[in-house]
Design a protein around this ligand. Sequence first.
Ligand SMILES: [Zn+2]
Ligand SMILES: [Zn+2]
Length: 344
Amino acid sequence: MTVRALRYEGKKTVVLTEIAKPDPKEDEVRIKVKAVSICGSDVNGYKGSNSLRIAPLVMGHEFSGEIDCCGSKAKIFRPGMRVTANPNLCCGVCSNCKKGDFNLCDQKVVLGTSVGGRNIQGAMADYICVKEDNIIPLDDQLSFEEGAILEPAAVSLHGIKRGGDLEGKRISVIGAGPIGLLTIMLTKNMGVRQIISLDLVEKRLLFAKKCGASDMINLQVQNLSAVKTLTDQEGVDVVFDCVGNEKSMEQAINMVKNGGKIIVIGMAAEKINFPVKKFVAHEFQLFGSYQYKEEMEEVMALAAKKRIDLNSIITSVLPLDRGKDAFERLCSPEPEDAKIVLRP
Ligand SMILES: [Zn+2]
Ligand SMILES: [Zn+2]
């Protein structure tokens, strides 16, 4: 029996095709996918510029759905249950996994990506099989679409935690794509003094405002002196760089105050030039932030309590067969969409 899948088949090519209906292994459950969100990393894959997306591949690691059947040793979940999943399949035995630092497991593979010559089917399909250990029950309060945004929101929440206590702090967020917007949405309720959002696209800055930014700076028409003006010439306490290239890192270093923190969540560039002298002489603190640990569950609790509204960053919900349009829209040099969710 075959089912539908949106398959990446090479640069700028995704095709709705038929694949064999996946059978769950004994420790897996099969999920009827109800919603799958397109990640920036998938868009880079579509452009042919992500080494972790090798055609032919069914992408998709941000999703939710309903359990359809369970492997013989899957004991906790039952058919019909509404769920989402942590798409990171860790080894469980390395020293990082044992400490609970699952995001730092070197053996980890991710659903919907290519690792070491192996492609792991993702959720842009009617069905996906996932290890039962990775399944997270979806709160009744949340729609399937919101369920598909928990994964990127967890990325933002992990980054925020890397920034430490933000109470009374001035922060800035570079990049108002989904991760930047979710960072703004989540920090809004943490007692921060000011949230400055920076981007090059006006429409995205309007989203940032809607998500709770106190000030918006369009770097197309304004320069970084605007940050100084907004912060009594001091600069911000913490910068969240949701872009991660040379330009954004330079901006971060020029807007953070002496001794301040820079949390890098985006990783647009492989390598950059870095102003070592300035960095050392001002005692800036630089943190990388990668994926998440328990943050998917924590974000779900916040959304269920209506502390955050994940719907506010979903700009389109399209059927799976409109996947090509969705990728094309997200590929534009100045995309006006935040999140596009596909419904198989
Ligand atoms: Zn992602
Ligand atoms: Zn491990």
